[in-house]
Design a protein around this ligand. Sequence first.
Ligand SMILES: [Zn+2]
Length: 171
Amino acid sequence: MELDTSNVSSFKVDHTKLKCGLFVSRKDIFGSNVITTFDLRMKRPYHDEVMETGSIHALEHLIATYLRNDPLWGDKIIYFGPMGCRTGFYLLMAGDLDSQDILPLIERTFDFVSDYEGEIPAATPKECGYCVDMDLELAKADATMYYNVIINPKKENLVYPVKRERKKKEA
Ligand SMILES: [Zn+2]
């Protein structure tokens, strides 16, 4: 199996040029298994406000639960969690995957969250380390904004901007 990972390493990404979207952040190979890490970039870095902690926390609980219960992809979900910069989430999945493969999954996930009513899953002191910091209304607003991006994505919403290689100075 041949994998081209030269254009997916996150350190090569110029975050000042990054748009909101669904990107392949990296692919890792363990033996014969490939793990694909997706970058769900919900906020445009240095352009949009980052998410509030209560929103990102509610989204984490709702989306992790939804993804793991998905009949089609649930058993491929390895991890879903927020970026420290609060502009998005990482989703780790089993398999050699691309953004288009999981676009329908991510669309229905955010469609579900944008209309969600009721209790947030596992939002109890026994199940979570800081369950009081949850804001469902903000989470739904953030989910709706992201849904509106991924429901009709352009290339810039699915493929990272790649930093230009610096030309070598001529001697
Ligand atoms: Zn929690």
